[in-house]
Design a protein around this ligand. Structure first.
Ligand code: T46
Length: 137
C-alpha cells in the first residue's frame, strides 16, 4: 500500500482563473482545526524530521515545488508536490522530511488538530520503537 496518498481536488477553471474548494470531512478526510503555511525556505534547507502520534494533515503546494519523503519505519516513499489541485494526505505515525524547496514554494497545510508539541515524535529511534510496538500490539 502506498504511503503517499494524493487527493485530487476538483479544479474549477474558467476564463476568470481557477478555484479549488477544500471542505472538512468531504474532500479533506477530517475536521480541519488548523491551517498553517510554510514559505521562504532557503535553497538546500530540509524541514520536518518528525512524525505525529495522532495528527493527520493534508499539504497543498500553492506555488513552486518541494519533495516529501514519507517513512513508516519499514518503507520510504518520495513524492514531489507542484500542483495546487493536489493534496498530500499525511497520516499519523509517518516520519516526514521535506526537501528540494524551490524559492517560490508556498505550502498550505490543513491539520486535524490544534498545535500540540506533545503530539510530535522528533526522535527517529523513538519513532521506530513506537511503530514496532504498534505492529505487535
Ligand atoms: C509537519 C510539517 C509538514 C507552531 O507554533 N504552530 C504550528 O501550527 C506549527 C505547525 C508550528 N509551530 C512552531 C513549532 C516550531 O517552533 O513553529 C516552529 C516550526 O515548526 P516545525 O519545526 O515543526 O516545522 P516543520 O516545517 O519542520 O514541520 C511542520 C509542522 O510542524 C509539522 O506538523 O508535519 O510542517
Amino acid at each position: 500500500m502506498s504511503l503517499a496518498k494524493v487527493i485530487d481536488f476538483n479544479l474549477m477553471n474558467d476564463d476568470r482563473g481557477g478555484l479549488i474548494a477544500l471542505e472538512g470531512n468531504r474532500n479533506i478526510p477530517f475536521d480541519i482545526k488548523r491551517v498553517y503555511c510554510i514559505f521562504g525556505v532557503s535553497s538546500g534547507v530540509e524541514r520536518g524530521y518528525h512524525a505525529h502520534h495522532e495528527l493527520m494533515q493534508v499539504v497543498v503546494c500553492l506555488s513552486g515545488a518541494c519533495t516529501f519523503v514519507l517513512d513508516d519505519g519499514k518503507n520510504k516513499e518520495e513524492v514531489t508536490l507542484n500542483s495546487r489541485s493536489k493534496g498530500l494526505l499525511i497520516d499519523k505515525k509517518l516520519w516526514r522530511v521535506m526537501k528540494n524547496f524551490t524559492s517560490d514554494c508556498v505550502l498550505m497545510v490543513l491539520a486535524s488538530d490544534y498545535f500540540d508539541e506533545k503530539d510530535y515524535i522528533r526522535n527517529y529511534d523513538e519513532f521506530i520503537k513506537i511503530v514496532k510496538n504498534d505492529t505487535f500490539s
